[in-house]
Ligand binder design. Structure first.
Ligand SMILES: [Fe+2]
Ligand SMILES: [Fe+2]
Length: 278
């Protein structure tokens, strides 16, 4: 059951003068990725084929994710009347495919799959919290508040199922930590967000270029994170892995992530500057 609908959003309060133009392209990109959740749900149906309880939860989850895409897409159309959410989404799905046909988890176990899902929801809940805090525009603020709350609930949903599978599969904490770190690294290197950024923002005659669009996306997204967003995200990752959010590994990871984000933002600014001047 969805906890809110598009009708709950006060669209009439949209205030163009308060829109931060740097946020529009990343909101468009996020709307593409969210709307693709049905493909992930299909993959999860395959991986958990004999677990009807989880399969139903995954179907309900996908409905909420798709709604996130619709809300963000609608906001982006208000902020940029030239943006056509449906057309851009078609461009995205025509070019980017989620591998949905696997019959076992690409994480090595179902517990591993659920850890990866917890990491994704950690990423999205902290991202929308950061976007909410960075936005002055009241409708985007509200959309992000609603979505961030959903993402946190999704984290809890996958966490509960993870506990169930950990009892059966006995995946050690170190192995869990590696799955989590692997999923974080994957988000850095894969094409999903860069391609979504391209599909939603790239000129019609432009071709996809991973380095260019990952930089365009990252240079706008990384600076949104404040230390408290990263600290909360680290705590959620630690909990999923089974380690203390107050422990040494957590402290080490929090410091490392803060430094990494500052470093990446700087590097990507340089990459864009070199690209523009070259
Ligand atoms: Fe979402
Ligand atoms: Fe989610």
């Amino acid at each position: 059951m969805k906890s809110w609908t598009l009708n709950d959003i006060p669209w009439h309060s949209f205030t163009k003068s308060l829109v931060n133009k740097d946020l529009i392209p990343i909101v468009k990109a996020a709307s593409m990725v969210e709307s693709n959740a049905d493909d992930y749900a299909a993959y999860l149906q395959n991986v958990f084929h004999d677990d009807p309880e989880f399969k139903q939860a995954a179907r309900d989850w996908a409905v909420e994710e798709v709604q996130h895409g619709l809300a963000l897409g609608r906001w982006a159309e208000l902020a940029d009347p030239d943006f056509n959410y449906r057309e851009s989404f078609k461009r995205f799905v025509d070019g980017y495919k989620v591998p949905v046909h696997a019959t076992s988890s690409i994480r090595g176990s179902r517990a591993g799959e659920l850890i990866a899902r917890c990491i994704v929801e950690t990423g999205t809940s902290s991202y929308y919290r950061a976007l909410m805090d960075a936005s002055q525009e009241p409708v985007l603020k509200e959309v992000c508040r609603l979505i961030a709350a959903d993402e946190f609930r999704h984290y809890k949903l996958f966490y509960v199922h993870l506990q169930r599978y950990l009892e059966k599969e006995k995946v050690g904490k170190i192995r869990r930590l590696f799955v989590a770190l692997g999923r974080i690294r994957e988000s850095e290197g894969d094409d999903e967000l860069p391609y979504a950024y391209y599909a939603a923002n790239g000129a019609e005659d432009e071709r996809y270029n991973h380095l260019k669009y990952s930089a365009e996306y990252g240079v706008r997204a990384y600076p949104l994170y404040q230390p408290y967003h990263i600290e909360k995200a680290t705590g959620m990752v630690m909990k999923a892995v089974g380690l203390s959010p107050q422990g040494k590994i957590s402290h080490f990871m929090n410091t490392g992530l803060q430094k990494f984000i500052t470093y990446r933002a700087q590097k990507l600014r340089q990459r864009i500057a070199n690209h523009t001047s070259g």
